[in-house]
Write a protein that binds this ligand. Structure first.
Ligand code: PMP
Length: 539
């Protein structure tokens, strides 16, 4: 059991000592103390299905032994010396990252965050073109520094300071945009801005390939191809912000820009080192699998353990895991009362009677799969090691890199041995575990099920996305597309109660962002959709 400070104490300290601009989700903020694969645990031991991955950061799950090993092994040898000396880790990682890029995108700069990556990209664009004007999309998020706040186009984030020489063009949002999915009309708006708001020359254009904070908005098909052509004609370079969409998350492609059939001049990314997932064997030992929600008993007062079909052995049990309080009918008849917990009931095959009710509910069921042998006990190295390497990168062409060479470009922590070793291992894990294909399969299942739900619930105005980058937009009126802001906030709280954490986004905070760790399974998707179905039905 967790023995550290509880939520109230942490919140009080945070209020006293951290800036008031920090925000948190939930009326009673969650104190998350542990993460394993696609699960997070709070200070009471309650388990949550994490469908937001620390703001789309933990790519393949919380705490992967291979990544942890790589980080730990490197930490023991050398943590930091900077790039004034040689070290193989940064070189190996740069080589591996470049190998994932098309054509001549082969020169890598390491930084520490997405904001820094976009700052550097903007500098490159201005130096390469000799112009200042940048073009960005409305509804975008590119960072929190002065320059990148200029690129960002969501009033919630913008401080009223000079953010110079930025033009925000119409967002090619197929659901809300004035031109629907007509990419060419949105592209004309870019030409208009160049013609009427600049000297006719620009430094560059930047876009997320699916907007993240803006609410999982996929750009109208064909848009980037048209705009890249316009921008290059005006002397500018094209930047793809892959902070959220990269590394196979979209399922169909490794990079988001590939979904639009373009090749940028500069690609920015971050969060790529923050992926950790547990070995499946370990996951089985520590986590009760997220199980398909079979039926929520009509009687909301039904208590955990109630016999609901006694003659057939079904009971109400807590399937939210560790006290999440989601009541479902057990999938299989329960073990007979005379079988004691821990009894070997099919000893040779490893099945035992176990407590499936979570935390003392005392429900005895036969284990679904054979239990691990004692020598497969959890490795204590996997416990309690935080992950979240600060790591960002900019990849560009030798031509643009040569312009940067007129001065020294230095970043003290960028690409330090520990982050590079972790980042390289992340790339390997994503390949070895075939996460891109997995995202495609689980994502299309999730989107399909959400579209079914949309047919039954008027409040779901739009379901969109690709792979495990999914948005659900809630509206109070489908025709007017009136943002259902208050209802979205209620649903967020309700899902949390049911043991599911999702992200919220969009200018009107009426979009759920489903961007889980890439180890998220079809069962998890079903659990999320069923919980959402239940939550909406209770609105
Ligand atoms: N670009 C995009 C698309 C982002 O979503 C974010 C942050 N979520 C950033 C840039 C900035 O990244 P960071 O918070 O690491 O500075």
């Amino acid at each position: 059991p967790y023995k550290g400070p509880l939520a109230d104490e942490v919140l009080a300290k945070r209020k006293n000592y951290l800036g008031p601009s920090l925000f948190y989700y939930y009326e009673k903020p969650l104190n998350i103390v542990e993460g394993k694969m696609q699960y997070l645990f709070d200070d009471t031991g309650k388990r949550y299905l994490d469908a937001f991955a620390g703001v789309v950061t933990v790519s393949c799950g919380h705490c992967h032994p291979a990544v942890l090993d790589a980080i730990m092994e490197q930490s023991k040898l050398l943590q930091h010396a900077t790039t004034i000396y040689l070290h193989h880790a940064i070189a190996d990682y740069a080589e591996a990252l470049a190998s994932k890029m098309p054509r001549n995108l082969k020169v890598v700069y390491f930084v520490n965050s997405g904001t820094e990556a976009n700052e550097l990209a903007m500098l490159m664009a201005r130096l390469q073109s000799g112009n200042l004007n940048m073009i960005a999309l409305r509804n975008s998020y590119h960072g929190g520094s002065s320059n990148t706040l200029g690129l960002t186009a969501l009033s919630t984030w913008k401080y009223p300071i000079p953010q110079g020489e930025i033009h925000h063009v119409l967002n090619p949002n197929p659901y809300r945009g004035v031109f629907g999915s007509d990419a060419s009309r949105y592209a004309s708006d870019v030409q208009d801005h160049i013609d009427h708001g600049t000297s006719g020359k620009v430094a560059g254009f930047i876009a997320e390939t699916i907007q993240g904070a803006g609410g999982a908005v996929e750009l109208a098909p064909g848009y980037l191809k048209l705009v890249y052509e316009i921008v290059r004609k005006a002397g500018g370079v094209c930047i793809a912000d892959e902070v959220q969409t990269g590394f196979g998350r979209t399922g169909s492609h490794y990079w988001g820009f590939e979904t639009q059939g373009v090749i940028p001049d500069i690609v920015t990314m971050a969060k790529c080192g923050q992926c950790c997932s547990l070995h499946n064997k370990f996951a089985e030992l520590i986590a009760i699998p997220t199980t398909k929600l079979i039926s929520v008993p009509d009687d909301p007062l039904a208590a955990i353990g109630d016999d609901i079909e006694q003659d057939r052995g079904y009971r109400v049990e807590d399937k939210g895991g560790r006290g999440a309080g989601l009541k479902v009918r057990t999938e299989k008849p329960l073990a007979l009362p005379d079988e004691e917990e821990g009894d070997d009931i099919e000893q040779d095959r490893g099945y035992r009677v176990e407590d499936k009710g979570g935390r003392g509910a005392g429900l005895k069921v036969r284990t679904e799969k054979p239990l691990a042998l004692p020598d497969e006990e959890e490795n204590e190295n996997f416990q309690g090691i935080g992950n979240g390497l600060p790591l960002g990168a900019v990849v560009t062409t030798p031509e643009i890199a040569s312009v940067m060479a007129q001065k020294i470009q230095f970043n003290t922590f960028g690409g330090n041995p520990v982050c590079s070793a972790g980042g390289l291992e992340v790339l390997r894990v994503l390949d070895n575990e075939k996460r891109q294909k997995h995202c495609a399969e689980v994502g299309s299942h999730l989107i399909g099920r959400l579209r079914e739900l949309q047919q039954r619930h008027e409040i779901i105005g739009d379901v969109r996305g690709r792979g495990l980058m999914v948005g659900i937009e809630f509206v109070t009126d489908r025709k007017e597309k009136t943002p259902a802001k208050a209802e979205t906030a209620v649903l967020l709280e309700k899902l949390r109660e049911l043991g599911v954490l999702v992200g919220k986004g969009g200018l009107h905070a009426n979009v759920f962002r489903i961007k889980p760790p890439m180890c998220f399974t079809k069962d998890d998707a079903d659990f999320l959709v069923d919980a959402l179905d239940y939550a909406v039905s209770k609105l």
